[in-house]
Design a protein around this ligand. Structure first.
Ligand SMILES: [Mg+2]
Length: 262
C-alpha cells in the first residue's frame, strides 16, 4: 500500500487513537504525519450518547489535532437523513426513542410525536426499555413508520470490561417482530462512510479504514468496497479477524512507515 492509493484515511477512535482513557503512544504524531503528507484524515465513531463537540474536545485533550468537520458520528448521518426527509415533507412526524440526556443535545430533531409517526428513530434509550415501550414502537412500525437506528452494534463493552446490551439488540428485536429492516447510521453501515467520502470529494472505494475491531471497522470498509488496516491495540490483538483486514500493523504509530511516509 502507498499513500497515492487512497483518497482519505478514516480513523476509528476507541482502541485506535486512545484506549482505557489514555492516548495510545504515537497516535497523535501519526495523524500529524498523514496530514503533512497531504492525506485527508477523518475520525469515525459510533459514539452517540456524547455530544460530537465533547468527543472532539476529548480527542484534543489527547493531543490530537481535529479540524472542523473531520469528526463523523451517527448524529451527522441522522441529521443528513432527516434533512432530506424534512425537505420532501416539512410536516414529517418523528418519534425519537432515546434517553433524555442524548435527546437534550440533538437540536436537529423535530419535536417528538406520540401517535402515528412517519419515522421512528431508535438510539441509546437504556432505562426506557420495557415491554410496554417496545410494544408501542412495534405498533409504530406496523403502522407504516420508517425505521432509523443510531447504530447496528448489539453490545458495547462497559467500564466493568464486560459486554452489555446496546441499541442494535433492541433494533434486532424490533426488526424480528415487525419484519422491517432499520436503516442503521453507525459503522459498519455505509451511511456515515458515504458522507465521509462525499465531504472529502473522493470515491468511497478510495477510503482507507484503520481500526481495532474487524466486525465494525473492516466490515465498514467492506460495505463501501474500500480497504482496511487492523491495529493490534484495543480489541485488535484478540478480536476474530472476520472480515479479514487487508493488512495488520501493531498500532497507529506504525501507519506512516507502513505507507512509506516515515
Ligand atoms: Mg475501536
Amino acid at each position: 500500500m502507498k499513500p497515492g492509493d487512497f483518497g482519505c484515511v478514516v480513523l476509528d477512535l476507541d482502541g485506535t487513537l486512545y484506549h482505557a482513557g489514555k492516548p495510545l503512544p504515537g497516535a497523535a504524531e501519526a495523524v500529524a504525519r498523514l496530514r503533512a503528507a497531504g492525506l485527508p484524515v477523518r475520525f469515525l465513531t459510533n459514539t452517540f450518547s456524547t455530544p460530537p463537540e465533547a468527543v472532539e474536545a476529548r480527542l484534543r485533550g489527547f493531543g490530537l489535532e481535529v479540524r472542523s468537520g473531520e469528526l463523523f458520528t451517527p448524529h451527522r448521518a441522522i441529521a443528513a437523513h432527516l434533512g432530506e426527509r424534512l425537505a420532501a415533507k416539512p410536516a414529517l412526524r418523528v418519534h425519537a426513542f432515546l434517553n433524555d440526556a442524548t435527546r437534550a443535545f440533538m437540536d436537529y430533531l423535530p419535536a417528538t410525536v406520540e401517535e402515528a409517526p412517519d419515522l421512528l428513530l431508535v438510539g441509546d434509550a437504556d432505562e426506557r426499555w420495557s415491554y410496554g415501550a417496545l410494544d408501542r414502537l412495534l405498533g409504530f412500525l406496523l403502522g407504516g413508520a420508517e425505521f432509523v437506528a443510531s447504530s447496528p452494534a448489539t453490545t458495547f463493552v462497559g467500564r466493568d470490561g464486560r459486554p452489555h446490551l446496546d441499541t442494535g439488540a433492541l433494533v434486532a428485536l424490533l426488526e424480528a417482530a415487525s419484519g422491517k429492516r432499520a436503516r442503521a447510521m453507525g459503522k459498519p453501515s455505509p451511511e456515515l462512510s458515504r458522507l465521509v467520502a462525499r465531504g472529502a470529494g473522493v470515491p468511497e472505494e478510495s477510503l482507507l479504514f484503520v481500526g481495532d475491531d474487524p466486525a465494525v471497522d473492516m466490515a465498514a470498509a467492506r460495505a463501501v468496497g474500500a480497504r482496511s488496516i487492523l491495529v493490534e491495540t484495543g480489541k485488535g490483538a484478540a478480536a476474530p479477524r472476520i472480515p479479514p483486514p487487508d493488512a495488520v500493523i501493531p498500532s497507529l504509530a506504525a501507519l506512516p512507515a507502513f505507507l512509506g511516509l516515515a
